[in-house]
Design a protein around this ligand. Structure first.
Ligand code: BGC
Length: 472
C-alpha cells in the first residue's frame, strides 16, 4: 500500500481513537451509599488543617442597584430592562453586618464579595466616597469576625458611561478600570485587605456578552470581539497586579475562571467532537495558557503575548458547576447545541437543568495545575430548589477536591456559591443556590440553614472548633 492510501485509511482511525480516549470519566460512587453523612465527612474527606472554606457573592446579586444614598442607580445590567432585575437583592446593603455574623456561625473562614464600580464611580472621574466606605465597612466587619475578606473588582456589572465608551472592547478604555482598581485598593489596603480578585469569570463575560448574548452588552456571534475583550481584560489584570504588588508585599491576587468540560453526546459524531475541541479550547484552555506562559491565542483569531502574565497571579481561582454536553439534535442543525439545549447522559443525576458531574471538578483542578500556582475553588454550588440533592452534590464535589489534594494537587480552599439564595442573572430569584434560604416573602431577608446543608455546615463548624448544631 502506498503511503497516500495508508494515510487516508489510518488518519481517520487515529483521529477517532484520539477523540474517543477523551470521552468523560465517571467514577463509581457506590461506596457512598452505605456511609452515613457524618461518617462520610469524617472518613472520605481528607484536607489539611489550613485548607480554607469560604463563600462567594456579588454586589449586584446581593444588594441590587440601590446605593447608600437610598437612590437607585443604573448599571450595564439594569439598562437592559428586558432582563430580570435585582431591586434591592437580599438587602445586603443594610444587612451586611447580620449576614457576616451569620457567616461566622456557618464556620466560614473567607468571604469573597465584589465592589460595584457603577456605584463607586457613577460618573466618569467622580468617585463616591460614601459608597466606597460601605465596601470598606464590609471588609472591616469580616476582619472583626475573624473572616478573611477577598475583594473582587468586577462581577458582571459595569457603569453605563464606561459601556458608552465601548467598555472592554476598546483597548484605550482599560485605563478607567485600572484607575478604579487603584481607588479601591488605596481604601482597602489601609484596612489590611490583602486578598484580591480582579475579575469574576472573564471568559463568561466575553462569551456570554459577545457571542451568546446572555449578558450585557448582549451581542451575538462576535467571536473575534469576544477574544479581544478577553485579551483586554487579561492585560488590564496584569497592569492592576503590578500596581497592587508594588504597594503591598502581602497581596494575594488572582482571577477566577469558569472551567467547564465540553463533551459530545454521540460518541461517533465527529462534528460534536470538533465543536467540543474548538470551543473547549476557547473557554477553558486560552486562559490557563495565558497565565502559564503569557501567550494569548484565541484559536488564531486573536493573538497576543504578555510576558508579565505568569507573575501576575498568586493563585488560580476555579469556578466549577458542571459539564456541557454538545448534542446535535438533527442532521441539519447548525451549529449543534453550543447555542441550543444542553444534552444529558441518561445515567446522570439532574438537578434542574444541571447535571451532577463532580468528576469534572477533578478534571478542572488537574488542568488548572498547569498554571503552576496554588488553586482555590472560588465557586461551586447548585441550584436545588427542592433541596434534597445539595447534600449529595457537596459531598461528591468535596470528595473530588480531597482526592485531588491527596494526589498532590495544590488546592488551598473551597468557596461554596453561595451561603444564601440570591438574585441570579437571567434566572432572577427563582434559582436557589443557597446553603440557606432567605425570607423574601416578609422582606426580612433573614437566613435559615436548609436541612440538606446542615452536614456541610457542621463539617465547616467543626474545622473552626465550633460544636455541631441542629439548625441556625
Ligand atoms: C457566577 C455567579 C452566578 C453563579 C450561579 C457563576 O458563574 O459567577 O454570579 O450566580 O454562577 O449561576
Amino acid at each position: 500500500m502506498n503511503s497516500k492510501w495508508s494515510l487516508l485509511i489510518f488518519a481517520p482511525l487515529v483521529l477517532t481513537a484520539n477523540f474517543l480516549c477523551a470521552i468523560e470519566d465517571y467514577w463509581n460512587w457506590n461506596f457512598m451509599k452505605s456511609v452515613s453523612c457524618q461518617t462520610f465527612f469524617d472518613t472520605a474527606i481528607h484536607l489539611p488543617k489550613n485548607f480554607i472554606f469560604g463563600t462567594a457573592t456579588s454586589a449586584y446579586q446581593m444588594e441590587g442597584n440601590k446605593t447608600v444614598h437610598s437612590t437607585f442607580i443604573e448599571n450595564s445590567w439594569t439598562l437592559e430592562k428586558f432582563r430580570p432585575q435585582a431591586g434591592i437583592g437580599n438587602d445586603h446593603l443594610n444587612r451586611f453586618k447580620k449576614d457576616i455574623e451569620f457567616l461566622q456561625q456557618l464556620g466560614i473562614q473567607m468571604y469573597r464579595f465584589s465592589v460595584d464600580w457603577s456605584k463607586i464611580e457613577p460618573e466618569e472621574g467622580k468617585f463616591d466616597d460614601q459608597m466606597m466606605m460601605h465596601y470598606v465597612a464590609i471588609a472591616q466587619e469580616c476582619i472583626k469576625r475573624g473572616i478573611t475578606p477577598m475583594v473582587c473588582l468586577f462581577h458582571f456589572v459595569l457603569p453605563p458611561w464606561f459601556m458608552h465608551k465601548g467598555g472592554f472592547e476598546q483597548v484605550e478604555n482599560m485605563r478607567y478600570f485600572v484607575r478604579f482598581a487603584q481607588f479601591v485598593f488605596e481604601h482597602m489596603v489601609k484596612e489590611n485587605v490583602h486578598w484580591w480578585m480582579t475579575y469574576n469569570e472573564p471568559i463568561v463575560y466575553a462569551f456570554e456578552g459577545f457571542f451568546r448574548g446572555n449578558l450585557p452588552p448582549s451581542k451575538k456571534n462576535k467571536l473575534i470581539v469576544a477574544g479581544n475583550v478577553l485579551k483586554n481584560m487579561y492585560n488590564t489584570h496584569v497592569e492592576i497586579a503590578k500596581f497592587i504588588k508594588s504597594r503591598d508585599a502581602q497581596a494575594q491576587l488572582g482571577i477566577c475562571h469558569l472551567m467547564q468540560p465540553l463533551h459530545p453526546f454521540h460518541e461517533y459524531n465527529l462534528l460534536e467532537w470538533a465543536i467540543c475541541k474548538y470551543f473547549g479550547r476557547l473557554t477553558n484552555d486560552v486562559t490557563l495558557e495565558f497565565f502559564a506562559t503569557g501567550n494569548f491565542n484565541w484559536n488564531y483569531l486573536v493573538r497576543g503575548f504578555n510576558p508579565d502574565a505568569p507573575a501576575s497571579i498568586d493563585y488560580m481561582g476555579i469556578n466549577y458547576y458542571s459539564h456541557t454536553i454538545i448534542k446535535q439534535n438533527s442532521l441539519f442543525e447548525y451549529p449543534p447545541l453550543i447555542i441550543h439545549d444542553q444534552g444529558r447522559r441518561p445515567q446522570e443525576t439532574m438537578i434542574g437543568k444541571t447535571a451532577m458531574y463532580p468528576e469534572g471538578l477533578y478534571w478542572a483542578i488537574e488542568k488548572a495545575a498547569q498554571v503552576g500556582k496554588p488553586i482555590f475553588i472560588t465557586e461551586n454550588g447548585v441550584d436545588d430548589p427542592v433541596g434534597d440533592l445539595r447534600d449529595e452534590f457537596i459531598k461528591k464535589h468535596l470528595y473530588a477536591v480531597s482526592k485531588a489534594v491527596n494526589n498532590g494537587f495544590d488546592v488551598r480552599g473551597y468557596f461554596y456559591w453561595s451561603f444564601v439564595d440570591s438574585f441570579n442573572w437571567n434566572g432572577g430569584f427563582d434559582e436557589k443556590f443557597g446553603l440557606c434560604a432567605v425570607d423574601y416573602e416578609n422582606k426580612t431577608f433573614a437566613c435559615t440553614v436548609r436541612k440538606g446543608s446542615l452536614p456541610f455546615v457542621n463539617f465547616m463548624r467543626k474545622r473552626v472548633g465550633l460544636q455541631a448544631i441542629a439548625s441556625v
